[in-house]
Write a protein that binds this ligand. Sequence first.
Ligand SMILES: *[C@@H]1O[C@H](CO)[C@@H](O)[C@H](O)[C@H]1NC(C)=O
Ligand SMILES: *[C@@H]1O[C@H](CO)[C@@H](O)[C@H](O)[C@H]1NC(C)=O
Ligand SMILES: *[C@@H]1O[C@H](CO)[C@@H](O)[C@H](O)[C@H]1NC(C)=O
Ligand SMILES: *[C@@H]1O[C@H](CO)[C@@H](O)[C@H](O)[C@H]1NC(C)=O
Ligand SMILES: *[C@@H]1O[C@H](CO)[C@@H](O)[C@H](O)[C@H]1NC(C)=O
Ligand SMILES: *[C@@H]1O[C@H](CO)[C@@H](O)[C@H](O)[C@H]1NC(C)=O
Length: 383
Amino acid sequence: MATQGLHLILLIFFNHLIFLLSQQEGAGFIYNSFLQAQPDLHLDGAAKILSPDGLLQLTNASTQQMGHAFFKQPFDSSAKNFSFSTHFVCALVPKPGAEGGHGIAFVVSSSLDFTHAVPTQYLGLSNISTNGSPSYQRLAIELDTAKSAEFDDIDKNHVGIDINSLRSIESASASYYSNTKGKNQSLKLLSEEPLQVWVDYERTLLNVTVAPLRIQKPNHPLLSRSINLTEIFPDHKLFFGFSAATGSLVSYQYILGWSFSRSRELLQRLDLLKLPQIPHPRATQKQTSPLLIVLFVLLSLTLLAVLGGVHLYRRKKYAEVKEAWEKDYGPHRFSYKSLYKATRGFEHRLGKGGFGEVYRGNLPRIGDIAVKRVCHNARQGKA
Ligand SMILES: *[C@@H]1O[C@H](CO)[C@@H](O)[C@H](O)[C@H]1NC(C)=O
Ligand SMILES: *[C@@H]1O[C@H](CO)[C@@H](O)[C@H](O)[C@H]1NC(C)=O
Ligand SMILES: *[C@@H]1O[C@H](CO)[C@@H](O)[C@H](O)[C@H]1NC(C)=O
Ligand SMILES: *[C@@H]1O[C@H](CO)[C@@H](O)[C@H](O)[C@H]1NC(C)=O
Ligand SMILES: *[C@@H]1O[C@H](CO)[C@@H](O)[C@H](O)[C@H]1NC(C)=O
Ligand SMILES: *[C@@H]1O[C@H](CO)[C@@H](O)[C@H](O)[C@H]1NC(C)=O
């Protein structure tokens, strides 16, 4: 009994130790949903974790928004063979009827201070005076959905590698190498479909690979570029995360899942089935439930029945019987309905004759009248 308890305590202790060690080494992390990630992340601007399934929203589709989401713990890049690998799933969802922009960037930064950064084509990374300055110390992989002439963008659907400046040192139209077809396939960044991105850095080579969801990692990267991280980050302190921005062009920009590791071999696989769903803007007009339709039909039928009943009742109430003698008096004929109204429903009886009753009434444009109500079987009145 006592040894069992001790085993349990030791087990818990070792599990905790292993967890602490992996955290200390900064080996990596994985989020198949960001529901529990709030304490680990630095969020600012429009960035927030959406309930109920933990979708990380960097911007919504309002103009001039920007949002940052960074892993709070910095990584030390002083090791001679410093490397890192990351795999994330993101979505840039256009707003129906609006032109989409501006984009998401995977960012390596020496600080978490983005107070002077601006949205639009700066993607929440810098401003006009800091752009291009080496003191700015930022490496970004941009998924850019707007063509900014001032940064020599190639199109409005490209992936680029940016060092301290939004003018990419390397860029390509979004596409991926299909392992099964053996050729390149183009890819739309702005879409309602999520896409996968891999960034691998090893022995000063930086590779960027993109692909649609549910596609194996392509065998060839889209971008491959030799870079020296020590030159960009002389202090060896690296924060990893995301930045996104809108301008007058807008889109909903999300991160669905994120796996990060110091080593490509130890990178944990994202569980694509566990990822949160992205809300589809068009689905906001809720689907009418079948129950509501049934209720509506029932209500309509009831209304129809009631109206039908009222109509029948009125027809009966004002029902007229045309008699042969009436033909001679053609134009002077008053409808039963108007007589009924004139006498307020044969309310005021003046008297009773042999062949019918006489009522007082009033007709517009004629004045007071007396109406004799003749029984159909009375022969007398016709004479
Ligand atoms: C975006 O977020 C802001 C601030 O939370 C809000 O005022 C705005 O209405 C949102 N826009 C859309 C399109 O959801
Ligand atoms: C290089 O990094 C790996 C882990 O990624 C480590 O096991 C190895 O010891 C390192 N080599 C050197 C020379 O630092
Ligand atoms: C740009 O950012 C720097 C600090 O990063 C700040 O000092 C400067 O005033 C900003 N410039 C503009 C035009 O916002
Ligand atoms: C980067 O891509 C090149 C070319 O495909 C490949 O040789 C290299 O191993 C890749 N490196 C990493 C870190 O993915
Ligand atoms: C596929 O795209 C990559 C990256 O843009 C390029 O280097 C390569 O030449 C392309 N391959 C083919 C067969 O077009
Ligand atoms: C990277 O840059 C640092 C500082 O400039 C330099 O000491 C180092 O040799 C460079 N590494 C490579 C692989 O070029």
